[in-house]
Design a protein around this ligand. Structure first.
Ligand SMILES: C[S@@+](CC[C@H](N)C(=O)[O-])C[C@H]1O[C@@H](n2cnc3c(N)ncnc32)[C@H](O)[C@@H]1O
Length: 432
Protein backbone atom coordinates (compact mmCIF):
# COMPACT_ATOMS: atom_id res chain seq x y z
CA UNK A 1 0.00 0.00 0.00
CA UNK A 2 1.15 3.56 -0.60
CA UNK A 3 1.53 5.87 2.42
CA UNK A 4 -1.65 7.63 1.24
CA UNK A 5 -3.61 4.39 1.08
CA UNK A 6 -2.47 3.50 4.60
CA UNK A 7 -3.59 6.92 5.82
CA UNK A 8 -6.93 6.44 4.13
CA UNK A 9 -7.39 3.08 5.88
CA UNK A 10 -6.46 4.66 9.23
CA UNK A 11 -9.15 7.30 8.68
CA UNK A 12 -11.68 4.58 7.83
CA UNK A 13 -10.77 2.62 10.95
CA UNK A 14 -11.15 5.73 13.13
CA UNK A 15 -14.54 6.34 11.50
CA UNK A 16 -15.59 2.77 12.38
CA UNK A 17 -14.52 3.43 15.97
CA UNK A 18 -16.45 6.68 16.04
CA UNK A 19 -19.57 4.84 14.84
CA UNK A 20 -19.45 2.30 17.70
CA UNK A 21 -17.73 4.10 20.58
CA UNK A 22 -18.61 1.45 23.18
CA UNK A 23 -16.77 -1.31 21.30
CA UNK A 24 -13.12 -1.91 22.28
CA UNK A 25 -10.75 -0.56 19.65
CA UNK A 26 -8.75 -3.78 19.29
CA UNK A 27 -11.92 -5.80 18.60
CA UNK A 28 -12.96 -3.24 16.00
CA UNK A 29 -9.52 -3.25 14.40
CA UNK A 30 -9.56 -7.05 14.18
CA UNK A 31 -12.96 -6.99 12.49
CA UNK A 32 -11.82 -4.17 10.18
CA UNK A 33 -8.76 -6.11 8.97
CA UNK A 34 -10.69 -9.38 8.73
CA UNK A 35 -12.98 -7.72 6.21
CA UNK A 36 -9.95 -6.42 4.29
CA UNK A 37 -7.76 -9.46 3.96
CA UNK A 38 -5.86 -7.81 1.10
CA UNK A 39 -4.13 -5.57 3.68
CA UNK A 40 -0.81 -7.26 4.50
CA UNK A 41 0.96 -7.49 7.87
CA UNK A 42 3.29 -4.50 7.40
CA UNK A 43 0.48 -2.25 6.21
CA UNK A 44 -1.74 -3.41 9.04
CA UNK A 45 0.93 -2.54 11.61
CA UNK A 46 1.47 0.91 10.09
CA UNK A 47 -2.28 1.65 9.97
CA UNK A 48 -2.80 0.44 13.56
CA UNK A 49 0.21 2.43 14.77
CA UNK A 50 -1.28 5.63 13.39
CA UNK A 51 -4.72 4.92 14.84
CA UNK A 52 -3.29 3.99 18.24
CA UNK A 53 -1.25 7.22 18.30
CA UNK A 54 -4.50 9.11 17.86
CA UNK A 55 -6.21 7.05 20.61
CA UNK A 56 -3.33 7.72 23.01
CA UNK A 57 -3.68 11.47 22.52
CA UNK A 58 -7.46 11.57 22.12
CA UNK A 59 -8.33 14.28 24.64
CA UNK A 60 -5.32 16.42 23.74
CA UNK A 61 -6.18 16.29 20.03
CA UNK A 62 -9.81 17.20 20.74
CA UNK A 63 -8.67 20.09 22.90
CA UNK A 64 -6.37 21.45 20.17
CA UNK A 65 -8.89 21.06 17.36
CA UNK A 66 -11.61 22.78 19.38
CA UNK A 67 -9.21 25.52 20.53
CA UNK A 68 -8.62 26.63 16.95
CA UNK A 69 -12.33 26.36 16.14
CA UNK A 70 -12.04 23.17 14.09
CA UNK A 71 -14.49 20.30 13.83
CA UNK A 72 -13.39 16.94 15.24
CA UNK A 73 -13.54 14.26 12.53
CA UNK A 74 -11.34 11.23 11.81
CA UNK A 75 -9.60 13.35 9.15
CA UNK A 76 -8.90 16.28 11.45
CA UNK A 77 -7.72 13.92 14.20
CA UNK A 78 -5.01 12.39 12.00
CA UNK A 79 -4.22 15.81 10.56
CA UNK A 80 -3.83 17.34 14.02
CA UNK A 81 -1.60 14.44 15.01
CA UNK A 82 0.65 15.14 12.01
CA UNK A 83 0.84 18.80 12.91
CA UNK A 84 1.45 18.39 16.63
CA UNK A 85 3.78 15.42 16.80
CA UNK A 86 7.31 16.62 16.22
CA UNK A 87 8.77 13.14 15.50
CA UNK A 88 6.40 12.34 12.66
CA UNK A 89 7.15 15.01 10.10
CA UNK A 90 4.76 14.35 7.25
CA UNK A 91 3.51 16.71 4.63
CA UNK A 92 -0.28 16.34 4.51
CA UNK A 93 -0.40 17.77 0.98
CA UNK A 94 1.53 14.70 -0.18
CA UNK A 95 -0.89 12.31 1.53
CA UNK A 96 -4.35 13.89 1.16
CA UNK A 97 -4.07 13.83 -2.63
CA UNK A 98 -7.50 12.65 -3.71
CA UNK A 99 -5.82 10.14 -6.02
CA UNK A 100 -6.84 6.47 -6.19
CA UNK A 101 -6.90 4.88 -2.67
CA UNK A 102 -5.75 8.18 -1.10
CA UNK A 103 -7.91 10.41 1.12
CA UNK A 104 -9.65 13.33 -0.61
CA UNK A 105 -7.61 16.54 -0.83
CA UNK A 106 -7.75 18.91 2.14
CA UNK A 107 -10.55 21.43 2.18
CA UNK A 108 -9.87 25.04 3.22
CA UNK A 109 -10.78 24.63 6.90
CA UNK A 110 -8.57 21.54 7.19
CA UNK A 111 -5.56 23.27 5.63
CA UNK A 112 -6.07 26.17 7.98
CA UNK A 113 -6.37 23.81 10.98
CA UNK A 114 -3.06 22.21 10.01
CA UNK A 115 -1.38 25.58 9.58
CA UNK A 116 -2.54 26.76 13.01
CA UNK A 117 -1.41 23.60 14.78
CA UNK A 118 1.84 22.88 12.98
CA UNK A 119 4.78 22.72 15.37
CA UNK A 120 2.76 23.51 18.50
CA UNK A 121 3.54 20.28 20.38
CA UNK A 122 0.92 18.07 21.98
CA UNK A 123 0.87 19.74 25.38
CA UNK A 124 -0.08 23.30 26.23
CA UNK A 125 0.03 25.13 29.57
CA UNK A 126 -3.70 26.02 29.29
CA UNK A 127 -4.76 22.37 29.07
CA UNK A 128 -6.84 21.21 32.04
CA UNK A 129 -4.96 18.49 33.98
CA UNK A 130 -7.38 15.69 33.00
CA UNK A 131 -6.89 16.57 29.31
CA UNK A 132 -3.12 16.79 29.65
CA UNK A 133 -3.09 13.43 31.45
CA UNK A 134 -5.56 11.82 29.04
CA UNK A 135 -8.08 10.63 31.63
CA UNK A 136 -11.81 11.29 32.10
CA UNK A 137 -12.50 14.29 34.38
CA UNK A 138 -14.34 12.20 37.00
CA UNK A 139 -11.44 9.73 37.30
CA UNK A 140 -8.66 12.22 37.97
CA UNK A 141 -9.37 12.69 41.72
CA UNK A 142 -9.46 8.92 42.14
CA UNK A 143 -6.12 8.49 40.41
CA UNK A 144 -4.71 11.30 42.56
CA UNK A 145 -5.90 9.41 45.62
CA UNK A 146 -4.15 6.26 44.39
CA UNK A 147 -0.86 7.77 43.30
CA UNK A 148 -0.48 11.02 45.25
CA UNK A 149 2.68 12.85 44.16
CA UNK A 150 3.57 10.05 41.75
CA UNK A 151 0.46 10.71 39.63
CA UNK A 152 2.09 12.25 36.55
CA UNK A 153 4.93 9.74 36.37
CA UNK A 154 2.60 6.78 36.93
CA UNK A 155 0.16 7.97 34.25
CA UNK A 156 3.02 8.62 31.83
CA UNK A 157 4.15 5.00 32.29
CA UNK A 158 0.54 3.79 31.91
CA UNK A 159 0.54 5.62 28.57
CA UNK A 160 3.65 3.85 27.28
CA UNK A 161 4.04 0.78 25.09
CA UNK A 162 3.14 -2.51 26.75
CA UNK A 163 5.75 -5.24 26.88
CA UNK A 164 5.22 -8.69 25.37
CA UNK A 165 5.63 -11.27 28.13
CA UNK A 166 5.43 -15.04 28.00
CA UNK A 167 4.99 -17.57 30.76
CA UNK A 168 7.04 -20.71 30.29
CA UNK A 169 4.89 -23.77 30.85
CA UNK A 170 6.85 -25.90 33.32
CA UNK A 171 4.55 -28.84 32.55
CA UNK A 172 6.31 -29.06 29.20
CA UNK A 173 9.56 -27.14 29.44
CA UNK A 174 11.80 -24.92 31.55
CA UNK A 175 12.90 -21.34 31.11
CA UNK A 176 16.32 -21.90 29.44
CA UNK A 177 14.89 -24.54 27.06
CA UNK A 178 11.91 -22.41 26.06
CA UNK A 179 14.17 -19.38 25.62
CA UNK A 180 16.46 -21.40 23.35
CA UNK A 181 13.48 -22.76 21.37
CA UNK A 182 12.30 -19.21 20.75
CA UNK A 183 15.81 -18.06 19.79
CA UNK A 184 15.85 -20.92 17.25
CA UNK A 185 12.77 -19.34 15.69
CA UNK A 186 14.41 -15.92 15.61
CA UNK A 187 12.64 -14.57 18.71
CA UNK A 188 14.93 -13.07 21.28
CA UNK A 189 13.65 -13.13 24.86
CA UNK A 190 15.15 -12.42 28.27
CA UNK A 191 14.14 -13.70 31.70
CA UNK A 192 11.67 -11.51 33.59
CA UNK A 193 12.99 -10.17 36.86
CA UNK A 194 9.95 -10.72 39.09
CA UNK A 195 8.13 -13.75 37.74
CA UNK A 196 10.10 -16.99 38.11
CA UNK A 197 8.57 -18.36 34.89
CA UNK A 198 8.52 -15.30 32.66
CA UNK A 199 10.24 -14.30 29.44
CA UNK A 200 10.13 -10.83 27.94
CA UNK A 201 10.29 -10.54 24.17
CA UNK A 202 11.89 -7.62 22.42
CA UNK A 203 9.52 -5.80 20.07
CA UNK A 204 6.33 -7.16 18.50
CA UNK A 205 6.64 -10.75 17.39
CA UNK A 206 4.06 -13.12 15.88
CA UNK A 207 4.18 -15.44 18.91
CA UNK A 208 1.01 -17.40 18.23
CA UNK A 209 2.36 -18.73 14.95
CA UNK A 210 5.64 -20.01 16.38
CA UNK A 211 6.19 -23.70 17.19
CA UNK A 212 7.06 -23.05 20.86
CA UNK A 213 3.59 -21.54 21.33
CA UNK A 214 1.70 -24.09 19.28
CA UNK A 215 3.26 -26.96 21.19
CA UNK A 216 2.37 -25.41 24.54
CA UNK A 217 5.87 -24.54 25.80
CA UNK A 218 4.80 -20.95 26.36
CA UNK A 219 1.68 -18.86 26.95
CA UNK A 220 1.29 -15.15 26.37
CA UNK A 221 0.79 -13.62 29.82
CA UNK A 222 1.86 -10.29 31.26
CA UNK A 223 4.41 -10.59 34.05
CA UNK A 224 1.94 -8.93 36.45
CA UNK A 225 -0.65 -11.59 35.69
CA UNK A 226 1.98 -14.27 36.32
CA UNK A 227 2.64 -12.72 39.72
CA UNK A 228 -1.04 -13.13 40.62
CA UNK A 229 -0.57 -16.86 39.95
CA UNK A 230 2.59 -16.71 42.08
CA UNK A 231 0.60 -15.10 44.93
CA UNK A 232 -1.84 -18.05 45.02
CA UNK A 233 0.85 -20.65 45.71
CA UNK A 234 -1.19 -23.55 44.31
CA UNK A 235 0.67 -26.76 45.15
CA UNK A 236 0.53 -30.39 43.94
CA UNK A 237 -2.37 -32.27 45.51
CA UNK A 238 -4.37 -29.17 46.47
CA UNK A 239 -8.00 -28.40 45.66
CA UNK A 240 -7.93 -25.08 43.86
CA UNK A 241 -10.74 -22.89 42.55
CA UNK A 242 -10.31 -20.19 39.92
CA UNK A 243 -13.60 -18.39 40.59
CA UNK A 244 -13.48 -15.85 37.74
CA UNK A 245 -11.46 -17.97 35.34
CA UNK A 246 -12.52 -16.44 32.02
CA UNK A 247 -10.56 -18.26 29.31
CA UNK A 248 -8.32 -19.80 32.00
CA UNK A 249 -5.27 -17.54 31.74
CA UNK A 250 -4.49 -18.01 35.42
CA UNK A 251 -5.94 -21.54 35.67
CA UNK A 252 -3.15 -22.61 33.30
CA UNK A 253 -0.53 -21.05 35.54
CA UNK A 254 -1.97 -22.62 38.71
CA UNK A 255 -2.23 -26.06 37.09
CA UNK A 256 1.45 -25.63 36.29
CA UNK A 257 2.49 -24.90 39.89
CA UNK A 258 0.31 -27.87 40.93
CA UNK A 259 2.40 -30.01 38.54
CA UNK A 260 -0.88 -31.38 37.18
CA UNK A 261 -1.62 -33.05 40.53
CA UNK A 262 -4.64 -32.34 42.70
CA UNK A 263 -7.75 -30.72 41.28
CA UNK A 264 -8.41 -27.28 39.84
CA UNK A 265 -11.82 -25.92 38.86
CA UNK A 266 -12.20 -23.03 36.42
CA UNK A 267 -15.51 -21.23 37.06
CA UNK A 268 -17.09 -18.30 35.32
CA UNK A 269 -20.53 -16.90 34.58
CA UNK A 270 -19.65 -16.63 30.89
CA UNK A 271 -20.02 -19.78 28.84
CA UNK A 272 -18.14 -18.46 25.77
CA UNK A 273 -15.18 -17.50 27.93
CA UNK A 274 -15.06 -20.89 29.60
CA UNK A 275 -15.36 -22.45 26.17
CA UNK A 276 -12.24 -20.53 25.16
CA UNK A 277 -10.37 -22.37 27.90
CA UNK A 278 -10.73 -25.82 26.33
CA UNK A 279 -8.13 -25.43 23.59
CA UNK A 280 -5.67 -23.64 25.87
CA UNK A 281 -5.86 -26.32 28.56
CA UNK A 282 -5.28 -29.00 25.97
CA UNK A 283 -2.34 -27.20 24.37
CA UNK A 284 -0.71 -26.68 27.78
CA UNK A 285 -1.06 -30.39 28.67
CA UNK A 286 -3.23 -29.68 31.74
CA UNK A 287 -5.00 -32.84 32.95
CA UNK A 288 -6.32 -31.89 36.38
CA UNK A 289 -8.74 -29.11 35.46
CA UNK A 290 -12.53 -29.08 35.33
CA UNK A 291 -14.71 -26.24 34.05
CA UNK A 292 -17.90 -25.14 35.74
CA UNK A 293 -20.38 -22.55 34.55
CA UNK A 294 -21.74 -20.60 37.53
CA UNK A 295 -25.48 -19.92 37.57
CA UNK A 296 -27.71 -18.04 40.00
CA UNK A 297 -28.14 -19.96 43.29
CA UNK A 298 -25.43 -22.39 42.18
CA UNK A 299 -25.96 -25.73 43.96
CA UNK A 300 -22.62 -27.03 42.75
CA UNK A 301 -20.90 -24.24 44.71
CA UNK A 302 -23.09 -24.72 47.78
CA UNK A 303 -22.16 -28.40 47.98
CA UNK A 304 -18.46 -27.49 47.87
CA UNK A 305 -18.65 -24.87 50.58
CA UNK A 306 -15.51 -24.73 52.76
CA UNK A 307 -13.64 -27.28 50.65
CA UNK A 308 -10.91 -25.51 48.66
CA UNK A 309 -7.31 -24.97 49.76
CA UNK A 310 -6.92 -22.00 47.46
CA UNK A 311 -9.54 -19.77 45.83
CA UNK A 312 -8.52 -17.14 43.32
CA UNK A 313 -10.94 -14.28 42.67
CA UNK A 314 -9.59 -12.55 39.56
CA UNK A 315 -12.43 -10.07 39.70
CA UNK A 316 -14.07 -8.19 36.82
CA UNK A 317 -12.67 -4.65 37.08
CA UNK A 318 -12.17 -1.35 35.28
CA UNK A 319 -8.92 -2.62 33.76
CA UNK A 320 -7.16 0.68 34.49
CA UNK A 321 -3.93 -1.31 34.83
CA UNK A 322 -4.06 -2.34 31.18
CA UNK A 323 -4.31 1.07 29.55
CA UNK A 324 -0.94 0.52 27.87
CA UNK A 325 -2.66 -2.16 25.79
CA UNK A 326 -6.07 -0.51 25.49
CA UNK A 327 -5.62 3.26 25.53
CA UNK A 328 -9.21 3.64 24.32
CA UNK A 329 -10.56 1.92 27.46
CA UNK A 330 -9.98 5.02 29.56
CA UNK A 331 -12.16 7.04 27.20
CA UNK A 332 -15.05 4.62 27.56
CA UNK A 333 -14.88 4.26 31.34
CA UNK A 334 -17.79 5.91 33.17
CA UNK A 335 -18.21 6.63 36.85
CA UNK A 336 -21.25 4.38 36.89
CA UNK A 337 -19.10 1.47 35.62
CA UNK A 338 -16.83 1.83 38.62
CA UNK A 339 -19.81 1.92 41.00
CA UNK A 340 -21.32 -1.21 39.47
CA UNK A 341 -18.01 -3.05 39.41
CA UNK A 342 -17.13 -2.35 43.04
CA UNK A 343 -20.54 -3.68 44.10
CA UNK A 344 -20.04 -6.78 42.00
CA UNK A 345 -16.50 -7.34 43.30
CA UNK A 346 -17.66 -7.28 46.92
CA UNK A 347 -20.49 -9.72 46.21
CA UNK A 348 -18.21 -12.11 44.30
CA UNK A 349 -15.61 -12.03 47.06
CA UNK A 350 -18.20 -12.88 49.72
CA UNK A 351 -19.53 -15.77 47.64
CA UNK A 352 -16.06 -17.11 46.84
CA UNK A 353 -14.91 -16.81 50.48
CA UNK A 354 -17.55 -19.37 51.50
CA UNK A 355 -15.71 -21.94 49.38
CA UNK A 356 -12.37 -21.59 51.20
CA UNK A 357 -11.63 -24.37 53.72
CA UNK A 358 -10.64 -23.42 57.27
CA UNK A 359 -6.92 -22.62 57.13
CA UNK A 360 -7.13 -22.16 53.34
CA UNK A 361 -6.45 -18.98 51.37
CA UNK A 362 -8.28 -16.65 49.07
CA UNK A 363 -6.39 -14.37 46.70
CA UNK A 364 -8.34 -11.39 45.40
CA UNK A 365 -6.87 -9.78 42.28
CA UNK A 366 -7.67 -7.05 39.77
CA UNK A 367 -5.90 -5.50 36.82
CA UNK A 368 -6.84 -2.09 38.15
CA UNK A 369 -4.79 0.50 39.98
CA UNK A 370 -7.76 2.18 41.71
CA UNK A 371 -7.94 1.98 45.49
CA UNK A 372 -11.73 1.64 45.32
CA UNK A 373 -11.29 -1.73 43.61
CA UNK A 374 -8.24 -2.82 45.57
CA UNK A 375 -7.25 -1.83 49.12
CA UNK A 376 -10.70 -0.39 49.91
CA UNK A 377 -12.35 -3.66 48.84
CA UNK A 378 -10.01 -5.68 51.03
CA UNK A 379 -10.55 -3.45 54.08
CA UNK A 380 -14.32 -3.74 53.66
CA UNK A 381 -14.17 -7.52 53.08
CA UNK A 382 -12.05 -8.10 56.19
CA UNK A 383 -14.45 -5.98 58.24
CA UNK A 384 -17.37 -8.11 56.99
CA UNK A 385 -15.47 -11.41 57.31
CA UNK A 386 -13.42 -11.42 60.52
CA UNK A 387 -12.38 -15.08 60.07
CA UNK A 388 -10.09 -13.92 57.23
CA UNK A 389 -6.84 -12.00 57.63
CA UNK A 390 -4.07 -10.82 55.33
CA UNK A 391 -0.94 -12.97 55.21
CA UNK A 392 2.45 -11.61 54.25
CA UNK A 393 3.98 -13.71 51.46
CA UNK A 394 7.15 -15.55 52.49
CA UNK A 395 8.05 -17.38 49.28
CA UNK A 396 7.19 -20.77 50.82
CA UNK A 397 3.39 -20.83 50.49
CA UNK A 398 3.59 -18.61 47.43
CA UNK A 399 6.00 -18.03 44.56
CA UNK A 400 6.46 -14.29 44.92
CA UNK A 401 9.89 -12.68 44.96
CA UNK A 402 11.07 -11.52 48.38
CA UNK A 403 10.11 -8.01 49.42
CA UNK A 404 7.27 -7.48 46.94
CA UNK A 405 4.73 -7.12 49.74
CA UNK A 406 5.06 -6.32 53.40
CA UNK A 407 1.36 -6.42 54.28
CA UNK A 408 -0.14 -9.22 52.21
CA UNK A 409 -1.13 -6.88 49.37
CA UNK A 410 0.78 -6.42 46.13
CA UNK A 411 0.29 -3.34 43.94
CA UNK A 412 2.10 -3.46 40.62
CA UNK A 413 2.35 -0.55 38.23
CA UNK A 414 3.97 -0.07 34.81
CA UNK A 415 6.20 2.63 36.27
CA UNK A 416 7.45 0.75 39.30
CA UNK A 417 7.44 -2.84 38.10
CA UNK A 418 7.37 -2.61 34.28
CA UNK A 419 4.27 -4.83 34.28
CA UNK A 420 0.62 -4.05 33.70
CA UNK A 421 -1.07 -2.53 36.74
CA UNK A 422 -2.18 -5.41 38.96
CA UNK A 423 -3.32 -5.81 42.52
CA UNK A 424 -3.41 -8.97 44.63
CA UNK A 425 -4.28 -9.54 48.28
CA UNK A 426 -3.55 -12.84 50.03
CA UNK A 427 -6.04 -13.69 52.78
CA UNK A 428 -6.13 -16.73 55.01
CA UNK A 429 -9.20 -18.17 56.69
CA UNK A 430 -8.75 -19.04 60.38
CA UNK A 431 -8.09 -22.74 60.89
CA UNK A 432 -11.18 -22.63 63.10
C1 LIG B 1 -10.56 -10.31 34.88
S1 LIG B 1 -11.58 -11.42 34.05
C2 LIG B 1 -10.81 -12.97 34.36
C3 LIG B 1 -9.56 -13.21 33.57
C4 LIG B 1 -8.99 -14.60 33.73
N1 LIG B 1 -8.88 -15.00 35.12
C5 LIG B 1 -7.63 -14.73 33.07
O1 LIG B 1 -6.61 -14.74 33.75
O2 LIG B 1 -7.62 -14.79 31.83
C6 LIG B 1 -12.99 -11.50 35.09
C7 LIG B 1 -13.94 -12.62 34.79
O3 LIG B 1 -14.96 -12.60 35.79
C8 LIG B 1 -16.13 -13.13 35.21
N2 LIG B 1 -17.27 -12.78 36.06
C9 LIG B 1 -18.08 -11.71 36.01
N3 LIG B 1 -19.03 -11.78 36.97
C10 LIG B 1 -18.80 -12.92 37.65
C11 LIG B 1 -19.43 -13.56 38.74
N4 LIG B 1 -20.49 -13.02 39.31
N5 LIG B 1 -18.94 -14.73 39.19
C12 LIG B 1 -17.85 -15.28 38.60
N6 LIG B 1 -17.21 -14.74 37.54
C13 LIG B 1 -17.68 -13.56 37.08
C14 LIG B 1 -16.13 -12.52 33.81
O4 LIG B 1 -16.93 -13.30 32.93
C15 LIG B 1 -14.65 -12.55 33.46
O5 LIG B 1 -14.32 -13.68 32.70
Amino acid sequence: MTPSARLSAAIDLLAAMEATPQRPADALANAFFRERRYIGGGDRRAISARVWRVLRHWRRLHWWIERVGGKVTPRTLVLAMMALEPEARENPQHLFTGERYAPLGLIGSESSLYAQLEGQGLLHPDMPPAVRLEVPDWLLPRLERTFGDGLEAELAAMDGEATLDLRVNLLKSDRPTARAALEGEGIHAVDTTLSPWGLRVAGRQPITSCAAFRSGLIEIQDEGSQLVVAAVGARPGMRVLDYCAGAAGKTLGMAMTMENRGHIVACDVSEPRLEGAVRRLRRAGVHNAERHLLVAGDRWARRRSGSFDRVLVDAPCTGTGTWRRNPDARLRLREQDLMELTEKQAAIMDRAAALVRPGGRMVYATCSVLREENGDQIAAFLARNPTFSLVVPDGADDDLPAGLSTDGQVSLTPRQHHTDGFFAAIMQRDAG
